[in-house]
Ligand binder design. Sequence first.
Ligand SMILES: [Zn+2]
Length: 159
Amino acid sequence: MDPDSPLTRVRLALGGRGGRIGGVVLVLLGAGLVATGVWGTEWLTAAGIWSAPRGQGLVGGTLALCVVGLGCVALGAGALFGSHARVRTELEAIGERVAQPRADPAGVARQQPLPFWVCSECRVVEAGLSGCCMRCGKTVAFVQATDEGERRTAVTALG
Ligand SMILES: [Zn+2]
């Protein structure tokens, strides 16, 4: 699965540490939307707005609210029950692929083809350019190397 897609971000957010809370919030939000939609539809129908100009559009709006609410409930329930464990496994798989600590990061950084980046805090050396450490997300211990001078800086940071 593509770690950069928006869908993956949503699923990882749901499957991460806040997953359980996120799922509960989504279910409650969805239930609220459904309740508002049902109440709105009943109110509009009781008010006889169905026959008024644009009345059907208003009823359509409240019905759409119900549908969006049901979608939220389904998504939240999915995060709480079914997909939680699966998303967690996928999250771990991404973590393994992105950046693993090295036993000898300075040695790896001496050999690594340019460009590459290192994080001395995570002891990570990865090919390409990133902008921040893809493991801890910080820039404090992060060094990017695009030439031999920067390679020396990176190796020093890791040593
Ligand atoms: Zn890091």
